[in-house]
Design a protein around this ligand. Structure first.
Ligand code: AHR
Length: 660
């Protein structure tokens, strides 16, 4: 098997750039579907990297709303004085730390107004604020007056050029903290708006949790998610949502690891931390990148449910990022980490009477979130990981035998760390192993047969993070171009063909703010108003919406179609619709003719639906050209005994063929 794999890999590389003139005969045994394709097969990997959550999916427009950043006034400016101080003629701002009284949200701002005039501070948003004409914006603030007497705060949205886009006012009175709300309708569209807070009424006003959300969030949820971004995810019909990462799970050190319990309940009490991508890359610094956890574990579960996907949370296993501090918790102090995992299962699935199920119910979801998969550690490696995984696996399986655990094969697709982890985890009869590959497009093309030789009775595989790198891993010059997307499609035919081994797969990372990213390539890019899917997104979507139910053998000369003559292919049957779904990648620089024999027969006189993707290898999509590289749909009449197609140069073709 291994020899065959090496032969086919070399063969495919040799032919990669050749124009293929001969007609390739393919046979699809639609009468003999084999293994099941898991409902989880094609999913999404969410990580709060590239402003994926705050400044991205989480629709909050105010940056540093609770004054908790390391520089508590980052994101804010004082409009008149251009500096922060008390006792100026017009007024001033002081940041107060009440850590003993409120440890999770210790800072608030004290605004003093000294004259009859308005005293104004301004928030810059996340590289500005995206405001849309005629849309409603919901302003809220926690506030109190020092002397209890009345004061007013007016929120004013301003365009880059200083034009007022709308405003609303709140009267504040009383010495106790209280939440105040108001709304405005915007007059104009602007990607880089800012929000002024104008205080009127002499005296002192304390403020905290200054917030502005569009009303039109996903499902119109107050304080919710950006609808356009969730829609792009929903359109993929993903089988699972992995969250919250990524290295974000591990933290630079254990103090900045992801702790799910701190991300649920009252948003005001969710303790903010510095995002670990804030200063990870010197070439892409993001000093204003923090995690408010407004998008926390409850919201992740809700998101997965909304878009019909299985939730797949990944938890810290007592290890910080091994590329950074590499801190580990001693084995005899691992209990709180393990307890977090056991409690999470109860939070997701427990009855509304159980301790953690009750918390979920009180947040508005009495029913179970139906958690079936849980990740232990992100991209960990070495004996330290294996000994910690063992402790987690024994305890979790003893209490929750139905929960399948996802374990880590480390950061690389092969080599010493990978081999060690794979062998150890196999020995431990791990449920699902997470493999990562950030490799060049050529690697994806020559590894389409990677799983052909995997043990059918060994652990299942989660291709948890992959993306073809046009330049090199972590290079800021990597592009989401068609060459990369096409190579991923070729590789994915191999994942599909091996659906008895590969239970899940996801491209990574998912999101990137066009002005705030740290890592490229990414599946979906956005600015404050717009978003688009990359060519890679459309590849993922085509596979996912055409997942099918069972694998159908597809062969050329009795061999799997995994690169010979530059052609890659896989087939599945959609049992419900009684359709054969073919996915074919022609990696040649010229078109390739194929003749497909469907054993079992297609519905003659019927019509097949076809989606084609092709472009120049360097072609990309962008905010101004969001669908340059996207599938084109057409219909093919099914006449004759075989299906003859001419596959475009460097193309992906997906065809749904009605069966007899
Ligand atoms: O996807 C970006 C990073 O790559 C992830 O956070 C990590 O798991 C991997 O190293």
């Amino acid at each position: 098997m291994i020899r065959k794999f090496i032969f086919l890999s070399l063969f495919s590389i040799c032919f990669l750039n050749e124009h293929s003139t001969a007609q390739i005969k393919l046979v699809a045994n639609a009468d003999r579907p084999t293994v099941q394709v898991q409902p989880t097969m094609w999913g999404i990997f969410f990580e709060d990297i590239n402003f994926g959550a705050d400044g991205g999916l989480y629709a909050e427009l105010i940056k540093n709303r609770s004054f908790e950043f390391s520089q508590p006034l980052m994101g804010w400016t004082l409009v008149d004085n251009n500096r922060f101080s008390l006792n100026k003629e017009s007024g001033g701002v002081l940041v107060i730390n009440r850590a003993t009284e409120n440890a999770s949200n210790s800072h608030f701002a004290r605004v003093t107004v000294n004259s009859e005039k308005e005293f104004v501070i301004s928030n810059e948003g996340f590289r500005g604020m995206g405001i849309q004409d005629s849309h409603t914006y919901v302003f809220s603030i926690m506030a109190r007056r020092d002397d209890g007497g009345p004061g007013t705060v007016r929120l004013e949205l301003v365009s880059k050029e200083g034009e007022v886009l709308g405003n609303c006012s709140i009267d504040i009175a009383g010495k106790e903290w209280k939440r105040y709300d108001a709304q405005l309708i915007a007059k104009g569209t602007e990607a880089r708006a800012s929000a002024n807070l104008a205080f009127k009424g002499q005296g002192v006003t304390d403020i905290d949790m200054v917030s502005l959300f569009p009303r039109e969030t996903w499902k119109q949820r107050p304080g919710g998610l950006r609808a356009d971004l969730v829609q792009l995810l929903a359109d993929m019909k993903p089988g699972f949502v992995r969250f919250p990462g990524g290295c974000i799970v591990e933290g630079f050190g254990l103090d900045t690891r992801y702790q799910w319990k701190k991300t649920i309940g009252d948003v005001n009490a969710r303790e903010l931390i510095k995002n670990r991508w804030n200063d990870e890359f010197k070439h892409r610094p993001a000093p204003d990148y923090y995690q408010t956890f407004g998008l926390g574990f409850y919201e992740y579960f809700q998101l997965a449910e909304d878009i019909g996907a299985s939730p797949l949370p990944i938890l810290n296993c007592g290890m910080a990022c091994q590329f950074n501090s590499a801190e580990v918790v001693p084995l005899n102090e691992l209990d709180p980490y393990l307890q977090d995992a056991l409690d999470l299962i109860e939070f997701a699935n427990g009855s509304a009477q159980s301790k953690w199920g009750k918390v979920r119910a009180e947040m508005g979801h009495p029913a179970s979130f139906n958690l079936r998969y849980l990740g232990v550690g992100n991209e960990q490696w070495g004996p330290q990981y294996i000994e910690r995984y063992k402790i987690f696996a024994e305890a979790i399986h003893a209490r929750y035998p139905d929960i399948k655990l996802v374990s880590s094969a480390g950061p690389a697709s092969d080599g010493e760390l990978f081999n060690y982890a794979s062998a150890e985890l196999k020995e431990l009869k791990a449920d699902v192993i997470d493999e990562h590959y950030y490799q060049k497009p050529e690697w994806f093309l020559s590894n389409a047969g990677r799983y052909d030789s995997y043990d059918r009775n060994g652990p299942k595989i989660f291709a948890g993070e992959y993306a073809a790198q046009s330049v090199a891993t972590v290079s800021p010059d990597n592009k989401n171009n068609w060459r990369c997307a096409m190579s991923e499609a070729a590789f994915m035919t191999g994942l599909e063909r091996n659906a008895d081994v590969v239970y899940m797969a996801s491209y990574a990372p998912l999101f990137a703010h066009a002005e705030g990213w740290q890592w490229t390539p990414d599946l979906i890019w956005f600015d404050n108003l717009r978003s688009y899917g990359t060519p890679n997104y459309y590849v993922q979507k085509l596979f996912s919406v055409n997942k099918g139910s069972r694998v159908v053998p597809l062969t050329a000369n009795s061999h799997p179609v995994e690169g010979a003559e530059g052609l890659f292919g896989s087939a599945v049957k959609d049992d419900q619709k009684n359709e054969l779904i073919l996915k074919l990648v022609n990696s040649n620089q010229g078109s390739t003719k194929v003749e497909i024999q469907v054993v079992g027969g297609f519905r003659r006189g019927g019509q097949a639906r076809q989606w084609k993707m092709t472009a120049r290898p360097e072609a990309v999509n962008g905010l101004d050209n969001p669908t340059d590289v996207a599938p084109k749909e057409s219909v093919i009449s099914l006449n004759g005994k075989v299906l003859s197609l001419e596959l475009d140069a460097e193309s992906l073709t997906v065809i749904r063929i009605p069966l007899k």
